[in-house]
Design a protein around this ligand. Sequence first.
Ligand SMILES: *[C@@H]1O[C@H](CO)[C@@H](O)[C@H](O)[C@H]1NC(C)=O
Ligand SMILES: *[C@@H]1O[C@H](CO)[C@@H](O)[C@H](O)[C@H]1NC(C)=O
Ligand SMILES: *[C@@H]1O[C@H](CO)[C@@H](O)[C@H](O)[C@H]1NC(C)=O
Length: 226
Amino acid sequence: MKSNNSFFIMLLTIRCLTLVCVSQDFDFFYLVQQWPGSFCNIQRNCCYPTTGKPAADFGIHGLWPNYNNGSHPSNCDPDNPYDESKISDLIILMQNNWPTLACPSGNGTKFWAHEWNKHGTCSESVLSQHQYFKAALDGKKAVDLLQTLEKADIKPNGTSYSLNQIRKAIEDAVGFPPGIQCTVAPSGNRQLYQVYVCVDTSGKKFIRCPLMPKEKCGPSIEFPSF
Ligand SMILES: *[C@@H]1O[C@H](CO)[C@@H](O)[C@H](O)[C@H]1NC(C)=O
Ligand SMILES: *[C@@H]1O[C@H](CO)[C@@H](O)[C@H](O)[C@H]1NC(C)=O
Ligand SMILES: *[C@@H]1O[C@H](CO)[C@@H](O)[C@H](O)[C@H]1NC(C)=O
């Protein structure tokens, strides 16, 4: 009788914990893309992937679960590590859209494993490994940053553009203003480095960012070639 009771209580406890975990995992995602030209023209530690120089296009940095208070969960489930066999059908797309630029040159596995283990595991109640990487790839395709900017006559040719003009072009495509981060170009000017858009917890819908990442861009920023 006693043991039956404690088993029942244990079940209840597990159910409650599970409910809490599922509903308070995270509040939204940042989908972060980076311009390789602004990483590689300043970082002595930029190395092209073993598969070759990436296309002159924005690359995915990550899809990061975040809290509305600005902090973010990380490394949420060591028992569900990156498993490339689960995403073998996505590898070619990943190589083309999510290239590693870290040194020494790698084939991407280390980068993707880091992104899943640190960030992806924190949204595993919503997205499986395959769904997580697919959501990031689909998000990048839906924004199509380079084409969006080029349509607004903003080209990666070393010219400076107004930050507002860049933000507006992306807002017109996504529906909401993006967060924009810069690095310092060799010229000393700020240059377009990372673009943040926000995605709801399903990983499928763009939303207005509950809060913007820290930005350090001037009113006019360079868009270097790659
Ligand atoms: C932010 O919110 C999360 C989830 O509610 C919480 O776990 C975390 O401690 C909060 N962090 C800060 C810095 O308030
Ligand atoms: C990358 O290299 C590692 C180690 O050699 C290997 O296990 C992995 O399958 C490779 N990944 C890809 C995408 O080629
Ligand atoms: C870069 O492209 C823009 C937009 O087409 C153009 O206005 C600008 O003159 C170009 N700059 C250079 C250096 O070619």
